[in-house]
Design a protein around this ligand. Sequence first.
Ligand code: SF4
Length: 229
Amino acid sequence: MLKELIDKFYLEQQRDKAQLHFYITDAGKCQRAVFFKFKQVPREKMDARILRIFEHGEQLHRNIFNILYRLKIGVTTEIAIPAQEIVSGRADAIVCLAGENYVLDVKSINSMIFKKLFSPKEENLCQIQLYLHFFNIKKGILLYIDKDQQDIKEFVVEYDPVLANQLLGGLNDLKTKIESNVVPGALFDYPGNWQCNYCQFRQICDMAGRGELAWDDFQKKIEGVSIGF
Ligand code: SF4
């Protein structure tokens, strides 16, 4: 009854828009999955429950911004990185603490992951490194919120120019593959990598095998494939 209507509402918000440029969140991610997004390869839909979890995460972010403003520390929220050719993105905030600027990235995670979190997650480190790079700020804070228990952990991250340049190199390499229609290889530890567990392209990826391949040939192979497990 009502549940079906609410689920339908969420599912209808979901659109497979073509991706036209890189986002900071693509940094360090599986190149093949990002390639598939650019080429609008059919993907498995997320279920309504996951979409509600994302929405809840956004509300938690807004609560944190609200508190930062009320603390009256120097803070600017949702700042786009300076325009350049390769990537776009918006940092959650830049805060000024004791006269020093920090890029702030807020992440909401479940209790189980939160309890085992003793250092920043790798994919979050990649993202914040690119924010630090483009804002020319030397330090960042990764703030994790346990969305079940409302506990908080924070990690201060120093700018690492080597890592930032490696990530940009990876995006440039992927740009070349997208333009020359070469499907990147699967992750080296596919299908055991955590990204494969959550990947909306898993079914299509299985059809591609592990290595690089020509997009023109593969596109013909996946024509008419219906997605779903
Ligand atoms: S299943 Fe794994 S290797 Fe394949 S596209 Fe998804 S994340 Fe990449």
